[in-house]
Design a protein around this ligand. Structure first.
Ligand code: A2P
Length: 270
């Protein structure tokens, strides 16, 4: 089982990341410290999580060498102009208190209060700002989040640098087949956020039953599933026992069982 994914530019990213969405700033210091203490070397945050300050402080205080930890943050989804992108990047770096970022993502193709709005031109403008920051060496890799095939295609058609990552919601039963294939074709690493469907997966008796067969927990089966699908999981927890559990993934799911999980119904579908 591989320890890292490799972007097409050669930069490597640890194959499990610690997600910090929904961890308030007051809890982020303790949570990130626990993750680092238990061997996580990849931390995922965003300007919009309002916890960059304590995520960064935890990383700086921990005593780990900067190059030993992989840090991702994201440009707020509503920022769709070149100068705004540069400005927000500086703000993120100030919040984190770091001098370079490993991965910077456009948080979403549209503002969160206008999901689905066509912001193609804005996305092209902010991508050009990301390209500039990348060329200047401020960021080791650049990518997007929540982008559809159509959103990605607009970047491919109008920009110079192909995104290195697309971070999307992905978990057992969440059908992302077309998008996964598209990303694979373009060597875009897919990162899976909400690998436990924000916890909903844990209520499924079918998943529990399969987990028991492998002698693991439902959470471990679900996170391992993301890796079997060649996506990079970003589980989130603020409990140390779970943080440890979620990184113990030294087993494989058989192709037959992966197919069973593929066919499951989305636990969050209405
Ligand atoms: P908590 O942070 O209280 O531990 P996702 O990664 O899909 O967003 O899911 C996160 C949710 O799942 C959180 O509510 C988290 O709760 C919970 N969770 C994370 N890991 C585990 C685990 N190993 N067992 C049970 N619940 C978990």
């Amino acid at each position: 089982n591989k320890d890292v994914f490799t972007f097409y530019n050669g930069v490597t990213i640890p194959s499990i990341g610690f997600g910090t969405w929904q961890i308030p700033n007051e809890e982020a210091y303790a949570a990130v410290t626990m993750a680092l203490k238990n061997g996580y070397t990849h931390i995922d945050t965003a300007h919009a999580y309002h916890n960059e300050e304590n995520v960064g402080k935890a990383i700086r205080d921990f005593g780990i060498a900067r190059e030993e930890v992989f840090v991702t943050s994201k440009l707020p989804a509503q920022v769709k102009d070149f100068d705004g992108a540069l400005q927000h990047f500086e703000e993120t770096m100030n919040n984190l208190g770091l001098d370079y970022l490993d991965l910077y993502l456009i948080h979403a193709p549209w503002p969160w209060d206008e999901i689905g709005k066509d912001c193609t031109e804005g996305n092209i403008q902010v991508w050009k700002a990301m390209e500039q920051l990348y060329d200047e060496g401020r960021i080791r890799a650049i990518g997007v989040s929540n982008f559809s095939i159509k959103d990605l295609q607009a970047i491919l058609d109008n920009c110079d640098i192909v995104p290195m990552a697309n971070q999307i919601p992905f978990y057992i039963g969440r059908d992302q087949k077309g998008l996964l294939a598209f990303c694979q074709t373009h060597k875009i690493v897919v990162e899976a956020y909400s690998p436990l469907a924000t916890g909903a997966i844990l209520d499924s008796p079918e998943i529990k039953q399969m987990a028991e067969k492998y002698g693991v927990t439902s959470a471990q089966l679900s996170i391992r599933y993301c890796l079997e699908k060649d996506t990079l999981p970003l589980p989130k927890s603020t409990h140390e026992a779970r943080i440890i559990e979620n990184a113990q993934l030294d087993f494989n799911i058989s192709p037959e069982d992966v197919a069973v999980l593929d066919a499951m119904k989305d636990v969050r579908a209405k």
